[in-house]
Write a protein that binds this ligand. Sequence first.
Ligand SMILES: [Zn+2]
Length: 289
Amino acid sequence: MRVLTLVLALVLGLPTLPARAEVPRVQTDISPVAALVAQVMGDLGRPGLLLDKGGDEHDMQLRPSQRRDLAAATLLIWVGPELTPGLDQARAAAQVQSLALLDDPRTLRQDYAEGGLNPHAWLDPANAAIWIDLIAACLQALDPDHAATYRANAAAAQARIVTLDAALAAKLAPLKRPFVTYHDAYGYFARHYNLPYRGGLAAGDAAPPGAAQIARLHQDAASGAIRCAFPEAQHDPALIDSLAEGTGLFVGPPLDPVGSMLDPGPDAYDLLLTGLATALLACATADMP
Ligand SMILES: [Zn+2]
């Protein structure tokens, strides 16, 4: 326990971690992280969620009331500055201690094809399992009085991930047609489930593509090197629609990689991944030559 406390003190950037009798007030960045934290906290409390419904993680900016919530929190649990640079500034200003999940050496990390760390790591359920343990260890260190509850909740959360993972693997098995998405967020999900993912039209930070990239995508769509394209909940589908015009590309339902359209709560992680799998499966079942 002493070693764990020291490790956590390093992770959190704290000189010491005083034992607290009260349940920590936790804030989170995005819905899937909030869901994992909510599962680990169980009936002890509910984490706050800072990304607004329909918000874009890469452009996240906090309102004054959210900055006050963050400053009043015991702990911020978030993916890290690579995903939400706007939140990184607010975190530093609020001087709140934090657990950046992507920074932990146990987290499975992946680079974008064009280079640079891809921060959409929650889309690999193996990372969700790793993060449940990190979250539980952190909460136990801050709130040792409830350590047994955090441990039991984490075990139940792990069992949910195992069930979810098996269901998704079976569901996604028929997806063999190569597809692209609006933004380059799905590398983790595609790697874990061995999907024929050909990347995003927009870059990883959702910045729009240039003319040369669009021309190449048109060529790939026309030649059949990509068969399906998926727009995204927070973004205009015009780019995907123009790509599909005259190329026979199947346009699937909008994806929501950050779960920003879901009601927050402990079920949001399962709902996000299941919804993603259901949407992507439209590429496998679409009636096309
Ligand atoms: Zn993103």
